[in-house]
Design a protein around this ligand. Structure first.
Ligand code: BG6
Length: 468
């Protein structure tokens, strides 16, 4: 019993969380560049412009822009078969609505992609990962239909420029975050009305469908997936009201996947919109676009599970969109309070496959934890190894025992990077330690953790050897 041949073992990052060089070589500002570091338990602040007395973690991040050769060499040393990265829209169209692409932006990604390919690493590219260009603010970001066309234009440049080199694409990272972290998802205020969020979500769904269709026209070998934030939840109790409350939470999340996988808004969502007096900004031909632009596969992130019920009624709170008001007494939590639930991964894989019958890939999973450098300079992150190992065991059960077609597994943050929810660097996910603190101070040196050798062995044995 082993993982399928050609299984895409690897890691995943996003441009804003690793690159830095936020204003170099023509890059414009993105929504990610306006978020400060969350300090003393306060949430990240989103500033309208860059303020000199504030600290913005993405501006330097881990300096991957200057150190990508070293970083990708380390991924190759671990034996990566696949690497999920994102392109920054603002490197290619600095303002989002520029006439022509910025050649320097394309040149950077040429170097990154060519390097991956030279190591035999299959790139999997997210077109937008939490970094809408600030230049699109004047249109109201994703509230505007204009942004659909601009995104398609940007995507077309990528699809043509990287044709033959990049085959696996994802349109939007965690598209369902429009309901939970709308600023990250598309420049929409956390306090925006439900109508604004649903209009922005509609535009992203139409934009995604257009890009899927275009990608297939440009090259039938292109495989375009959706990326779902795995907000899986259990009902708080067998109380029918808890079951209904949980269902409503799931519906809030799953309608995005329904549209991307089935090409139509599900009835439960249409009815809800009707009750809320929200009229979607549909245009002639949109129904066909959604239908023709369904995805080839589903990718998702999996970190935790929720408990939902009559108290939540489909409402998700907290700036990171994770607060449901219930806790699960059967599972442990991370230092950041995220419920650790490896068995839930098997459940999630079955749930998604049974609902959509599409191939799946886990493109984010991992443990955000503080690491300590020992006196001898090593980092003994057995807790991270254990976390990932438990998840891989459950993923294997889903493949072997349940027959779920899983294409790959890319661990989140194979190298320490800036956390999206808090901006912290000490919330470390990596197999590779980056010697920088939350404020970007330190040598920036890369150090292999204990998990580095462990993951290398996992990959070289194609998941057969999971022991420490
Ligand atoms: C996912 C995002 O939601 O979770 C990543 O796609 C993010 O960008 C990851 O980094 C982990 O969250 P955090 O807040 O720990 O970085």
């Amino acid at each position: 019993m082993s993982f399928p041949k050609g299984f895409l073992w690897g890691g995943a990052t996003s441009a804003a969380q690793i690159e830095g060089a936020y204003n170099r070589d023509g890059k414009g500002l993105s929504t990610a560049d306006m978020m400060t570091l969350a300090e003393s338990g306060n949430p990240r602040e989103i500033t309208g412009k860059i303020e000199s007395d504030k600290f913005y973690p993405t501006h330097f991040a881990i300096d991957h822009y200057d150190r990508y050769e070293e970083d990708i060499a380390l991924f190759a040393e671990m034996g990566f078969k696949g690497y999920r990265l994102s392109f920054a829209w603002t490197r290619i169209f600095p303002n989002g609505d520029d006439e022509v692409p910025n050649e320097k932006g394309l040149a950077f990604y040429d170097k990154v992609i060519d390097l991956c390919l030279s190591y035999g690493i299959e790139p999997l590219v997210t077109i937008q990962h939490f970094d809408t260009p600030m230049g699109l603010e004047k249109y109201g970001f994703w509230k505007s239909r204009k942004v659909v066309d601009l995104f398609v234009k940007y995507s077309e440049v990528l699809l043509r420029h990287f044709n033959g080199r990049v085959r696996y694409w994802l349109t939007f990272n965690e598209i369902n975050n429009m309901s939970t972290m709308p600023w990250n998802a598309g420049g929409i205020s956390i306090n925006a009305s439900e109508k604004d969020k649903m209009v922005a979500a509609y535009h992203q769904l139409v934009a995604s469908a257009k890009v899927v269709k275009l990608a297939h026209e440009i090259d039938p070998n292109n495989q375009v997936g959706m990326m779902y934030n795995g907000h899986f939840s259990y009902p708080n109790s067998p109380d029918p009201e808890d079951i209904q409350g949980n269902e409503e939470f799931q519906q809030k999340m799953l309608f995005y996947a329904d549209v991307q996988c089935r090409g139509v808004y599900p009835n439960f969502k249409l009815k809800e919109l009707e009750r809320q007096n929200i009229v979607l900004p549909t245009q002639e031909g949109d129904a066909e676009i959604l239908k023709e632009g369904t995805v080839d596969y589903i990718s998702f992130s999996y970190y935790l599970t929720h408990v939902c019920g009559k108290k939540t009624k489909g409402i998700i709170k907290g700036l990171n969109g994770l607060e449901t008001g219930y806790t699960n007494p059967y599972i442990k939590r991370t230092q950041w309070g995220w419920g650790i639930d490896p068995k839930g991964l098997r459940y999630a894989l079955n749930f998604l496959y049974n609902r959509y019958q599409l191939p799946l890939i886990i493109v984010e999973n991992g443990l955000g934890a503080e690491d300590k450098i020992e006196e001898d300079g090593t980092i003994q992150d057995d807790y991270r190894i254990d976390y990932i190992k438990q998840h891989l065991i459950e993923m294997k059960k889903a493949i072997d025992l349940d027959g779920v077609p899983v294409m790959g597994y890319t661990a989140w943050g194979p190298i320490d990077l800036v956390a999206a929810s808090t901006g912290q660097l000490r919330k470390r996910y990596g197999f590779i330690y980056v010697d920088l603190n939350d404020f970007g101070q330190g040598t920036g040196n890369r150090i292999r953790k204990k998990s580095f050798d462990w993951y290398k062995e996992v990959i070289s044995s194609n998941g057969e050897n999971l022991s420490i």
